[in-house]
Design a protein around this ligand. Sequence first.
Ligand code: MG
Length: 207
Amino acid sequence: MKIICIGRNYVEHIQELDNNSNIPEAPLFFLKPDTALLRNNEPFYVPAFSNDLHYETELVVKINRVVKAIDEKFAGRCYDEVGLGIDFTARDIQRKCMEKGLPWEICKAFDHSAALSSQFVKLEELGKNVQELRFEMFFNGELRQSGDASKMIFGVNHIISYVSHFITLKIGDLIFTGTPVGVGPVKPGDHITAKLEGRTMLDFDIK
Ligand code: MG
């Protein structure tokens, strides 16, 4: 099982990261290994190697079949449930990587950098298309991120089609679809709660 993460998929988030907002021409993706998973609302321990560890709340799509080089118009058949995740990012290290044009694993793929909801919800149960979904993240009880999947630069079907032309997707693979505006640092003592269509999906401590 692998975790595919999309970067820079919401305009306002790109603007909060950069002064010059470079909108990608194609989905920007990177991978996290299965050792990055943090499940069951277990606490996230801030790693000692970063002084600017950020949360990024993201809609997560679970792949339900083997997918290779699929056309976008058929990509909707490859998933039927969604969850929420936090793409934890060592922003200080990421900035250095970007300056030097280096890969991102060191700032993105470390142990427990992918918090994942235990619960996944069937789209059928939500009664919505994936691009109609809304999610929210509350940081220490205060609303910090409001996600609206209709604002993704690249929609889920486009992402699946694009990625599957390079990498075969398999059952259980997870796609973190990018974060909306409102990212920020975490420190021990903080608490994260996230809701998908009003359902609490994540509820855990930062230690
Ligand atoms: Mg992210």
